[in-house]
Design a binder for this molecule. Structure first.
Ligand code: SAM
Length: 286
């Protein structure tokens, strides 16, 4: 079996599945297995492939036809120009979350500038948000917390791979590792992309998400607002005066989360939409 034949076979298998891009996905999977760049496959379409590689490719394509996410098959996802390791047990970072990070980078540019500052990221997952801030802002000291082992392990590996020394991860429930007095009024920015899907929407999720991504990253009670309630109620203790609280939110949660922030005494509360005019980010100043 040569490269072009195997690619054609893979494309045929993926053709009728929703949410796939067969042409691209088969090339990404085969190039990863061969340890070569995608462009190699265009140049060497008639290269004969060893049997065991053909078998491994077919196994992965079969998994993909069952809805297993491409990013877990490849073991990586790109986020803000960084190649992040991802694996089962860790949410695959989304393009939507780049909107939150871009907002933060603009805020840092305008309101903080070159001075040193501190950030707390609640619910780190792969480390997407915390590592992006640490990478683009060498004057930041970024802290992250997650309740589960897999995100902590993966985020720490991503931190090592990126060679970042201004990030520290803690294990715990929301603010629990930061209960000591020394953390009161410590953070310039508290950011979170917490679980925010209402329990009732479990059944309607895309297979890739509902069956394979960790439910501890997804669901947040009956109305999806549990984490916003808990974090907002405690955030004032840990944030500096005039510090920024920033959340990623679900597309229809803008009003509810903005009301929560106002009720807890945050000012200048804003809902920011994505490019399709859906609510995506809520921010407020302490
Ligand atoms: C929606 S994911 C976001 C991951 C990452 N920040 C991103 O944007 O790709 C939510 C994260 O919150 C973590 N989490 C869930 N419950 C938590 C809790 N009680 N305390 C801290 N982290 C929690 C999950 O393990 C998961 O990594």
């Amino acid at each position: 079996m040569v490269v072009d034949q195997l690619l054609a076979e893979g494309i045929k298998s993926l053709q009728n599945r929703q949410y796939t891009n067969p042409q691209l996905e088969v090339r990404l999977i085969l190039s990863r297995l061969m340890g070569v760049d995608k462009s190699y496959l265009y140049a060497y379409g008639d290269k004969e492939l060893p049997e065991d590689l053909v078998r491994r490719f077919r196994d992965l394509i079969l998994k993909r036809t069952e809805g297993y996410p491409l990013q877990y098959l490849l073991g990586t996802q790109e986020f803000m120009g960084m190649d992040l390791e991802v694996s089962e047990g860790v949410l695959i970072p989304r393009g939507d979350t780049e909107i939150l990070v871009e907002y933060l980078l603009d805020h840092i540019d305008e309101s903080i500038g070159d001075r040193e500052f501190t950030v707390l990221d609640i619910g780190i997952g792969s480390g997407a948000i915390s590592l992006a801030i640490a990478k683009f802002c060498p004057n930041s000291k970024v802290y992250g917390v997650d309740l589960y082992d897999e995100p902590l392990q993966v985020a720490n590996r991503n931190k090592e791979n990126l060679g970042l020394h201004n990030v520290e991860y803690y294990r715990g429930d929301l603010f629990s590792p930061f209960e000591g007095d020394e953390w009161s009024g410590y953070f310039d920015i508290i950011v979170s992309n917490p679980p925010y899907i209402p329990e009732g929407e479990r059944g309607g999720l895309q297979v890739e998400v509902g069956r394979y991504e960790p439910e501890t990253s997804l669901f947040a009670g009956e109305d999806g607002l549990d984490f916003y309630r808990r974090i907002t109620a405690q955030a004032k203790r840990y944030i500096k005066d005039n510090g920024l609280l920033a959340y990623e939110i679900g597309h229809d949660q803008g009003k509810d989360v903005a009301d929560l922030l106002r009720r807890e005494g945050f000012n200048e509360v804003q809902v920011i939409d994505d490019f399709e005019n859906r609510n995506r980010v809520v921010t407020g100043r302490a």
